[in-house]
Design a protein around this ligand. Sequence first.
Ligand SMILES: *[C@@H]1O[C@H](CO)[C@@H](O)[C@H](O)[C@H]1NC(C)=O
Ligand SMILES: *[C@@H]1O[C@H](CO)[C@@H](O)[C@H](O)[C@H]1NC(C)=O
Ligand SMILES: *[C@@H]1O[C@H](CO)[C@@H](O)[C@H](O)[C@H]1NC(C)=O
Ligand SMILES: *[C@@H]1O[C@H](CO)[C@@H](O)[C@H](O)[C@H]1NC(C)=O
Ligand SMILES: *[C@@H]1O[C@H](CO)[C@@H](O)[C@H](O)[C@H]1NC(C)=O
Ligand SMILES: *[C@@H]1O[C@H](CO)[C@@H](O)[C@H](O)[C@H]1NC(C)=O
Ligand SMILES: *[C@@H]1O[C@H](CO)[C@@H](O)[C@H](O)[C@H]1NC(C)=O
Ligand SMILES: *[C@@H]1O[C@H](CO)[C@@H](O)[C@H](O)[C@H]1NC(C)=O
Ligand SMILES: *[C@@H]1O[C@H](CO)[C@@H](O)[C@H](O)[C@H]1NC(C)=O
Ligand SMILES: *[C@@H]1O[C@H](CO)[C@@H](O)[C@H](O)[C@H]1NC(C)=O
Ligand SMILES: *[C@@H]1O[C@H](CO)[C@@H](O)[C@H](O)[C@H]1NC(C)=O
Length: 508
Amino acid sequence: MSAMKMARLCRSLYLSALLATPFIDHAVAADWPYWTFTTVPFQPPKLNITTAGEAPDPGLIFLGPRGDQPNGTAAMIYDQAGNLVYQGPHEVTANVNVQTLFGKPVLTFWSGNMLDTGFGYGKVHILDDTYKEIYTVTLDGNFITPSGTAEESYNDLHESKITERNTMLVTAYNVTQANLTAVGGPEDGWMLDGHFYEIDIFTKQIFFSWSTANYSDQIPITLSRNPIADRGRNQSHPWDPYHINSIELVDDGYLVSFRHLFSVLYLNRDGSIKWRLSGDDGTDFDLGPGCNFSWQHHARAHDVSSSGMTLSLFNNDNANVHHQVSPTTGLVLQVDTSDMTVRNLRTLADESSPIYSVSQGNTQLLGNTTTGHVFMDYGAIGVVREYDSAGNTIMSAQFGPYNSVASYRGFKYDWHATPFWDPAVAVQRSPSGDINIFMSWNGATDYDSWAIYGGPSEALANATMLKTVARTGFETNVTLPAAVNVSYVQAVARQAGSNLRASTVIAL
Ligand SMILES: *[C@@H]1O[C@H](CO)[C@@H](O)[C@H](O)[C@H]1NC(C)=O
Ligand SMILES: *[C@@H]1O[C@H](CO)[C@@H](O)[C@H](O)[C@H]1NC(C)=O
Ligand SMILES: *[C@@H]1O[C@H](CO)[C@@H](O)[C@H](O)[C@H]1NC(C)=O
Ligand SMILES: *[C@@H]1O[C@H](CO)[C@@H](O)[C@H](O)[C@H]1NC(C)=O
Ligand SMILES: *[C@@H]1O[C@H](CO)[C@@H](O)[C@H](O)[C@H]1NC(C)=O
Ligand SMILES: *[C@@H]1O[C@H](CO)[C@@H](O)[C@H](O)[C@H]1NC(C)=O
Ligand SMILES: *[C@@H]1O[C@H](CO)[C@@H](O)[C@H](O)[C@H]1NC(C)=O
Ligand SMILES: *[C@@H]1O[C@H](CO)[C@@H](O)[C@H](O)[C@H]1NC(C)=O
Ligand SMILES: *[C@@H]1O[C@H](CO)[C@@H](O)[C@H](O)[C@H]1NC(C)=O
Ligand SMILES: *[C@@H]1O[C@H](CO)[C@@H](O)[C@H](O)[C@H]1NC(C)=O
Ligand SMILES: *[C@@H]1O[C@H](CO)[C@@H](O)[C@H](O)[C@H]1NC(C)=O
């Protein structure tokens, strides 16, 4: 797909979420500061970081920026000072994160096309710690699309969770026809059937599948909190009554977030519905104070026991329908399945700087569920924040103007990677004849310095070590005097004084 079409699609996703919201920031992404480098053509957005109070937890920041910023759209990793660590191929991504597969850490992300109907078609990439793509998770089947055209792969963007049994849980949307008169739509209306699949990553076989249509007797479309408005009249504008946006394997069953039901459901391993927890009326639960949620994302279970679990989620609490406006929060809830009550453990929000996020986002518990730090990505608003145990904001990083640049999810992880590719090097001569050498090693996490070697010929480019220099962020430069007596140079990335990997040889 052309970059122009992709940009248009990203933009329409924002516009559809923006039209009825009162908090439009009129800044445009072109005004935002971007990094530029000499060794690589990347232009990632700069992070505007503020910190206060105790130190943030260690780790790197994982984002998939996209929107009104055509040259900074990719899977990205930054360090906590805001330096770029890794930029992947130019593509619209979602859920850039670190997971465990066959006992080893892997970098995973979705890439593909996002539609203005609020979902997408793409693939999930699984990269090892050299950034080699070791698996690509795709989904085929007889899916109907809004445009009626077939897609190469039907994985939706919302979920790509690896389970402890080395399968991946993925979402998919299917356009179906349905009688929508009960919700004010046409008798021969069009809607989205929410599916999810558990796919064996190694064999590629579908291990389990589930669809809202197959359980419509228990979750009829009349439960939807998403007004049909003018949707559902034709195939290109189907109504989305359910909107599955997170799935997790919990106790051999599935914890599933349905944004448009304001609900988190627990499904038994056979797919039958065990309980439904709704953020407005509780449904199967009594909600305690501070437990309401709506339009939520990223439901995750922690400390699961026979009497319940701790549930974290991203409570958008905002929508472009109903003109609903509330500060978005992170919630940590104690869900007791013996007496069917829900109690608030933590609410994460910054009252001095509230964020109103109409779509996307996630809440990552970095440690202990009640006392650890919490990392949140604000979805449609290009901001990530870290909260301390008392709920104070200790780090806030913005990567684009509000409602102009988004990251579907954003995370912090410890990640150590040594790319399979070599470092990049470039040379420029200053007007005075000095030789500036620029070096970078996209994705490398563990090197602290560079050594510059030089020599009289290509074969002897590493004959003499000319200089060493400490690493400065993504790209480091060093200046050699104009009179340096070498014709070829090579840069070598080093850690603690040991050479790791050499760049290609470059002629001066
Ligand atoms: C970065 O943050 C500072 C302080 O929070 C603010 O004054 C400044 O305007 C921000 N810059 C951008 C580009 O948003
Ligand atoms: C994107 O990169 C192209 C080529 O380098 C450049 O012409 C264009 O101005 C850039 N756009 C933005 C928004 O930076
Ligand atoms: C999608 O919906 C169509 C029409 O209802 C149906 O024929 C098709 O089997 C569905 N696809 C899947 C994968 O369930
Ligand atoms: C459509 O659903 C309505 C109830 O909402 C029902 O009265 C009507 O008979 C249904 N139409 C068809 C063709 O089944
Ligand atoms: C829905 O149920 C039908 C009939 O049991 C089954 O063939 C189909 O695979 C189910 N759909 C999904 C997505 O699991
Ligand atoms: C489909 O419905 C939408 C919303 O009602 C409308 O804007 C659009 O023009 C319709 N498309 C077609 C092809 O009829
Ligand atoms: C919050 O939950 C309570 C208890 O279930 C319910 O009575 C109330 O209507 C909810 N409020 C909102 C704003 O959803
Ligand atoms: C989390 O911390 C609390 C308070 O220190 C402690 O009681 C609890 O056992 C910890 N939870 C876990 C799962 O370690
Ligand atoms: C210099 O490079 C050659 C190959 O180009 C290699 O065989 C040799 O080991 C290198 N020497 C050092 C000191 O790195
Ligand atoms: C070279 O690196 C220094 C930091 O070490 C930086 O201040 C300077 O701008 C860089 N020069 C160029 C031309 O990028
Ligand atoms: C430059 O290097 C060449 C070959 O290594 C040597 O013959 C020559 O003397 C050197 N010149 C200077 C000024 O060091």
